[in-house]
Design a protein around this ligand. Structure first.
Ligand code: ZN
Length: 83
């Protein structure tokens, strides 16, 4: 019985660590990489990466410190950072 209890606790600990790890990773992506943040045409982006047009889904690969142009495909002005 005691052995099983210990196993259960270590399983619980392991899954808690996994959850905490993925949460920390998501937090890192959100705050440092700005993934999921919204950007507008004319904004200078601090970080390079993939910016996806909210309207047509076009993915623009932009380098750091560049100005976001209007969407090359549909000239929309709002993007979501995806990578
Ligand atoms: Zn577009």
């Amino acid at each position: 019985m005691g052995r099983w209890k210990g196993l259960l606790w270590s399983l619980a600990g392991a899954s808690a660590a996994i959850v905490a790890g993925s949460f920390a990773k998501r937090k890192y992506e959100e705050t440092v990489l700005e993934i999921g943040h919204q950007f507008r045409t004319g904004q200078i982006v601090a970080r390079g990466g993939g910016y996806q047009c909210e309207r047509c889904g076009y993915v623009l690969a932009l380098a750091a410190n560049k100005k976001l142009p209007p969407c090359p495909k549909c000239s929309h002005s709002r993007y979501l950072k995806i990578s």
